[in-house]
Write a protein that binds this ligand. Structure first.
Ligand SMILES: [Zn+2]
Length: 346
């Protein structure tokens, strides 16, 4: 830490990170990340750690910013492995910087918050996101970055759209970035943007817990951790949106490609037999959701996120889904390192 002022801001950022991480409408599982620039050092959340643990655990890693930005500018694949830029002398636990470190480094402001805010995601999956966000964010210096795989491709996509003065980014099929010179200003901007993008959730029927308990039986499946997760199965429009594919990357990383809906009369075993595998989650339309017994807490958090996102999407909107290639790229991408590390954290 360069100065006392930097140390105070880092403490404030950790407190804010814990608040953000405790709100399932802002972040889920190991998703989302926060950072502070102190001189040439970027303090950023470590990969696989959860923002909610920011006060109880050491989750911030120092990264040498200038070499990382130079690597992004020359399209050096090394920038896709930000651990090579961690400052070892200040990183005794050997934490690995978030895969989204380059996004934070590119923003010139001192404090950057990246969240998987459900209000933002529900808009960021709509094909009309840019025009709708423009209408709602009047007076804010914002930019839209179309979907790219998190990491170097996303950072390069943002670099193409960034203009001087921009302090809000809407990331297509992904989430929100806000940036400011202080932690307090960044928090205010986050809540301002979130409230401008917010739309009411459709009212849902109640889950049929009795039917779900009977369906779970001795199948090895269980009820989800959060009752809110059922909503995606309790509404025809949410079911239609979920069934059509993957809407954002963390869904694919924690739950696999798209969503699995049981057909009328199907038991868990019938669904598994039809697919030739045991899906992490099964939606029973009109009843609710069951999770595979060994599903991680990250998978539970993402299943709830799907409900929270889909109930806010405009039912008349055309949606953008991740393509087959984009799904594959996430499933096969550093899977042994990144995805399993995230899952292990859950
Ligand atoms: Zn993200």
């Amino acid at each position: 830490m360069a100065t006392e002022a930097d140390a105070q801001e880092l403490a404030a950022l950790r407190a804010l990170s814990a608040r953000i991480g405790s709100n399932p409408h802002l972040t889920q599982a190991a998703g989302g990340n926060t950072s502070l620039k102190a001189g040439d050092t970027l303090w950023i959340k470590a990969s696989g750690t959860w923002l909610k643990d920011a006060l109880s655990d050491d989750i911030m890693v120092p990264v040498a910013m200038t070499p990382l930005i130079e690597a992004v500018k020359r399209h050096d694949p090394a920038a896709d492995k930000p651990q090579a830029f961690a400052i070892d002398a200040l990183n005794p636990r050997g934490l690995r910087p978030s895969i989204e470190t380059t996004v934070h480094a590119l923003m010139p402001q001192r404090v950057v918050l990246h969240v998987h805010c459900v209000d933002t995601i529900s808009l960021a999956v709509q094909a009309d996101c840019e025009s709708e966000a423009a209408r709602r964010l009047e007076g804010i210096e914002w930019a839209y970055a179309p979907y790219r795989r998190p990491g170097l491709p996303l950072a390069q996509g943002i670099a193409e759209r960034l203009r001087p003065g921009v302090d809000v980014l809407i990331l297509g099929n992904h989430g929100l970035v806000v940036a400011a010179e202080t932690v307090a200003e960044a928090e205010r901007l986050l809540h301002r943007v979130r409230s401008l993008l917010a739309r009411p959730a459709r009212v849902m029927a109640r889950p049929d817990v009795e039917a779900l308990t009977a369906l779970a039986g001795d199948s090895g499946y269980r009820l989800p951790a959060d009752a809110e997760a059922h909503a995606v199965a309790l509404d025809v429009d949410s079911c239609r949106m979920a069934e059509a594919g993957s809407l954002y990357p963390d869904h694919v990383i924690f739950l696999g490609q798209g969503s699995v809906l049981a057909r009328p009369g199907e038991q868990v075993a019938d669904v598994a037999a039809r697919l030739g595998e045991d899906p992490v989650a099964v939606l029973f339309p009109g009843a609710g959701v069951l999770m595979r017994g060994d599903a991680s807490s990250g998978a539970d958090a993402m299943q709830r996120c799907l409900a929270d996102v889909t109930v806010r999407i405009d039912i008349t909107a055309r949606l953008n889904y991740l393509t087959a290639a984009e799904n594959d790229e996430l499933i096969n991408w550093d899977a042994e390192q990144y995805r399993q590390k995230l899952n292990a954290a859950g």
